[in-house]
Ligand binder design. Structure first.
Ligand code: 5GP
Ligand code: ZN
Length: 115
C-alpha cells in the first residue's frame, strides 16, 4: 500500500472501482476511459510500480494477473473472438499510473502494430 497511489486506494476500498474480479492477490476493474467495448485493468493487491520491479520474489503475481485476465475474457465473452493483454512499462510506453496493471482489451478488432 502506497498512500498516494490511485490503484492502492482501489485495493483498500478508499475509492470504489467498478470491480469485475477479485481474489486474495489481484483486483480487476473497468477502465474509466475504455479503449474497447471490454477494457479491464488487472492489478496486484500488493503495490508494485512497474513491470521492472518484478523478480523471483513476486513472480507468482504475474501468473495470477494473467489467469485473472483469461477468466475475465471468458466471462465477458471475448475469449474466443480474441482479446489483447498489455502492460505499459514506464512513461515511454505510455504508463500513467505507477502501480503495475494489465490491460485486458476486447470486443473489437485490434490493430497491429500498436501506436
Ligand atoms: P496506463 O496508461 O498507465 O497503462 O493505464 C492507466 C489506465 O488507468 C488508463 O487506461 C486510464 O484510463 C485508467 N485510469 C486512470 N484513472 C482511473 C480511475 O480513476 N479509475 C479507473 N477505473 N481507471 C483509471
Ligand atoms: Zn499502488
Amino acid at each position: 500500500m502506497t498512500a498516494d497511489c490511485l490503484f492502492c486506494k482501489m485495493v483498500t476500498g478508499a475509492i470504489k472501482p467498478d470491480t469485475v474480479y477479485e481474489d486474495s492477490d489481484v483486483l480487476a476493474f473497468k477502465d474509466i476511459n475504455p479503449q474497447a467495448p471490454v477494457h479491464v485493468l488487472v492489478v496486484p493487491k500488493k503495490h508494485i510500480s512497474t513491470l521492472n520491479e518484478f523478480d523471483t520474489g513476486n513472480i507468482d503475481l504475474i501468473g495470477k494477473m494473467f489467469l485473472a485476465a483469461g477468466k475475465i475474457a471468458r466471462d465477458t465473452g471475448v475469449a474466443e473472438a480474441g482479446y489483447r493483454t498489455v502492460i505499459n512499462c514506464n512513461a515511454g510506453a505510455g504508463q500513467s499510473v505507477f502501480h503495475v496493471h494489465l490491460h485486458v482489451l476486447g470486443g473489437r478488432t485490434m490493430n497491429w502494430p500498436p501506436g
